[in-house]
Design a protein around this ligand. Sequence first.
Ligand code: BGC
Length: 422
Amino acid sequence: MCMPKRFLKFPENFLWGSATASHQIEGDCKNNDWSHEVFNRYKDQLPWMRQALEKIPDVGTSCDSFNRYKEDFDLIEKMNNNSHRLSIEWARIEPKEDEFDDQAIKHYRNVLEDLKRRNIKVMLSLHHFTSPAWFILKKGWEKSSNNKYFLRYVKYVVENLGDLVDFWLTINEPDAYVFCGYFHGWWPPMQKNKLKGLIVFRNLAKAHKRAYVLIHQICNDKFNNKPEVGFANSLQAYSSYIKHRLSNQLKQYFYYKVSNHGFYLLSGKRYHDFLGVNYYFQVRLNRKYSKLFSIQEDPSVEGRRMTDMNWLVHPHGIYEVLVDLSTYKKPIYVTENGIATEDDSFRKQFIHEHLEEIYYAIKAGVDVRGYFYWSLLDNYEWAEGYRPKFGLVAVDFDTKQRQMKESGEYYANIAKKNGLEL
Ligand code: BGC
C-alpha cells in the first residue's frame, strides 16, 4: 500500500547547526590536561600523568581547524546551517597563570567574526572537558577556591568576545567529566574516587552559577546585550528491565534524577536561560538491585543496533528526556546528538529517527528551539582517539582534506526545508 508522503515542519527560526570542541578539532593544543607534552612535563609531580601517557591517545594536529576554520565554515554554509556550536580553549587563552595571550583571543575574535559575517548564530562553550595544566597542578575543580580562576578567565573572554556570542555554554557535560575522570578513571585526571568526583560536581555547579551572573553582568554593562546562558547537560534515557518491582523502579529513579537532573538541582533553576541537551543513547539498568553501582547490562547481546562506541541506539529516548525537561518551562536546544559509525546511511537514519522524535516532542508542547548534530567533522574522540567517526564531513588526517559525506548533504536538505520528509 502506498502511504501519502508527510512533511514534518519544524518551528520558524528553528536553529540548525552542528557542534565541535576546540581540543577535538584544533590540533596542537599543548598546554592542557589532555596534552602528551603536559603529561611528559609533569609526570613526576602528578603520577596519573604516567598512566595517561599510556591510555590517552596523543591528539597531534587533529583536523587543524585552528588554521582551517574558514574551510569548516564554508561547509557549514553549504549545509544551510543558521547556527554553530564551538568551544574556545582556556589553555590557549591563559597558557600560564594570570597571563592572557592577546594573540589567542584575537584569533577567536576572528573566528567568531567570520561566523557573524556568514549570518550564523554563535553558541560558545567556555569549558569543554579541557583545563590548563597550571590549573590542574592547583588541583583544578577539586577545590572550590579554584573557581575564582575559572571566573577570571570567563571575565576576560566575555569582555573580549561578548558582542559576538548569542548563546553561552559555561560547562560541557559536568556529569560525564566526573563519571569518566573521577568514577572510572578513564579520562584525566584518571581517578577512581567517587567522593572527590561528587565534590568536583558540586564545584562545577557553583562555578556555573557564578559564571551565569558574571556573563549577564558584563554583557549588560559593556555591550548592552542579553545573550542566553546555560550549560550542556548529558542526558540518558534510563530504562529498567523489570517494571513491576519497586526496587528496580527506585534504582531507575535514582539514576535518572542524579544524572539527568543533578546539575540543575545543585546550580538552581533560575541560573539557566535555556537547557542544553546532549543525548546519545539509552542505559539499560542492571536487573539486580544489589548491583547498585554496576549500572548497565549489555544490550548488544540482543542483537540491537549499536554505534561504534557500543552505545545503544534509542531514538525514542530523546523524546522522553525532552518531555521530562519541559517541566522546567525553559527553552531547550539539543546541543549534541550524533552517531559514531563508518556506515553513513546508518548516520542518515539516526538523524532522521531522532529528528522525528524531536518533532513529536515539539508537538507534545516542548519548547525545542534548535538542533546541533555532533559533530561537524570526524575528529579526536577523547580516550578512543581517531577511531570513532562522528562527522557529517570526513577528514583525511594526513592531508587535512575535508569531504562532505552523504549524511552532510542529507542534513543540508533538512535545514533548507526546515523539516523532515517521511
Ligand atoms: C562530548 C563530546 C564527545 C561526544 C561523543 C559528548 O559527550 O561533549 O566531546 O565527542 O559526546 O562521545
